[in-house]
Write a protein that binds this ligand. Sequence first.
Ligand code: ADP
Ligand code: MG
Length: 288
Amino acid sequence: AIPLVVAISTAVSAGKGLLIRNRTAFENARKVTAMVFDKTGTLTEGKFGVSRYESLMEGLDDDELLGSAAALEQQSEHPIAQGIVKAAKEKKVPLKKTEKFEALTAKGIQGRIGNENWKVVSPGYLKEKNVAYPENAKSDEAETIVFVFREDELAGFIALSDKIREESPQAVQTLKENGIKLYMATGDNEKTAKAVSENLGLDGYYSEVLPHQKVEIIEQLQGEGHFVAMTGDGVNDAPALAKADVGIAVGSGTDVAAETADIILVNSNPRDIVSLLLFGRATYKKMI
Ligand code: ADP
Ligand code: MG
């Protein structure tokens, strides 16, 4: 028989935008002492707008750069991809035919346009290839910057920005008042991660994080004695979601994340995380 209190919790959770895949993890949500958020789509809206873009390659104009990136990004489900495709459509830039599309996990994407190889990649990829960070791509804004490569040569960059979700400040405050330590782990750059973390008053953040590093972050917190919950949306988040004591997949994410997670956050709303972590406490308190 299902304990009454758990049955009630599950019923309530359905109305709270939570889908429970693992009942034990759901019951354990009340024990969470540290929460690791991914940034995009949970703390932020996950709706990127392109703020500027520039070709750095002779003979390639700015719109052609955007159009090539968008042509490839049509096949990606990353929130950055949706922003780039939208911008190209708004600018009425024609999208070329692409072939051999491939996702480069936590780095970007690549594919062929005509007989050329094109990539849209993270700042981390520049470092990895020892390509100098272009001056024009630097700014004081908390932007998400991606770089376009054409035949392994830097062709230009695209800057995007996202907004903090309107529900995030209240959700963060309530969780903090309940003694839960709050962290953010993101593949995005240091400046953007810092801006979001400081704006929301988180206890800490990790930027330019690779999938295996997300796992290490969870392990480190567990090693410090924390009972850890984590949110994630991508294929790259799956190992860390599995490692977390309570793995939460955000609803807008990929199936792989959802299949690994204990709980699915249907509306990607941080307010529903508050319900999950605190409702459990209130309910279980009544039992004791
Ligand atoms: P997050 O979910 O925190 O944004 P990801 O691991 O999904 O992190 O991505 C890490 C970084 O890789 C992104 O910030 C971006 O720079 C790059 N990236 C991933 N997917 C794409 C894509 N489809 N197009 C361009 N860049 C991408
Ligand atoms: Mg992601």
